[in-house]
Design a protein around this ligand. Structure first.
Ligand code: ZN
Length: 244
């Protein structure tokens, strides 16, 4: 089983009636709901207001893939927990950062760049698959149209991605690297732009398929890899061979 923790800030849904109407169970409840239907995935959820934001050492030790949505409380998020997430990713935990989580503390730590972008509300997006060979794109159409989405535009200040699996085109003429993969330490990371809270993006079956594919893609290859080490070599491989 792939052990997934869906983390959502869960502020918009509690404070704004119109957003609660779109996600009555919260964005985390919506995402957990469709993931639970998969036989190989088990899901728990956590939110900002829980102690340690619900992301204790024990929770992360028992998480293969962390899915993360944030927006309103980026600066109030605990530095300690952000560093804890970074450490677990370096040790192999998969990470899927959604929409405005681009500017979360943990993403800024992991990417090392400004993570800034340009934005504009209420545009139409055409999400185009620009790496059809990638496992995250398996079974996904060449493009899908999202009738209403927040525009995110370039320049997006990220390090050079391993792959740009999806590129977004918006009706105001902007383009964006909407689905990017990165590797940090032993951890695989997928950043995925669609998911502004005012529109029911996570109810879209293709968006759900992409997130399910991403969970399977970024799961740790093997838990036995353990922590990357930094040990002195006492006997070289050459010496080992000469002894045989
Ligand atoms: Zn947004």
């Amino acid at each position: 089983m792939i052990r997934v923790t869906v983390w959502n800030e869960y502020i918009h849904e509690q404070e704004q009636e119109e957003i609660r109407r779109i996600y009555p169970e919260g964005i985390h409840g919506c995402i957990a709901g469709f993931l639970k239907k998969e036989d190989d995935i088990e899901v728990r959820t956590a939110t900002f207001q829980e102690p340690e934001h619900g992301l204790t050492e024990e929770v992360l030790q028992n998480t293969d893939v962390l899915i993360y949505w944030s927006h309103m409380r980026q600066e109030e998020f605990s530095d300690e927990v952000a560093k804890r997430i970074q450490r677990h990713v370096l040790n192999g935990m998969g990470l899927i950062a959604l929409h405005s989580a681009h500017y979360s503390k943990m993403m800024r730590l992991l990417m090392g760049t400004g993570m800034t972008l340009r934005w504009k509300h209420d545009e139409r997006e055409r999400l185009i698959c620009t790496a059809p060979y990638h496992p995250i794109a398996e079974g996904v159409p060449s493009h899908i149209d999202l009738p209403r989405e927040e525009m995110y535009g370039e320049y997006f200040d990220i390090p050079k991605p391993d792959d740009v699996v999806f590129t977004g085109w918006f009706s105001c003429g902007e383009v964006f690297r909407s689905g990017c993969t990165f590797t940090r330490g032993l951890g695989k990371i997928f950043y995925f732009q669609p998911g502004h809270e005012e529109y029911p993006i996570y109810d879209n079956s293709v968006i759900q398929k992409i997130i399910i594919n991403a969970v399977r893609w970024c799961r740790p290859v093997s838990r036995k890899m353990g922590q990357p080490d930094c040990t002195q070599v006492i006997t070289t491989l050459e010496e080992e061979y000469q002894k045989r």
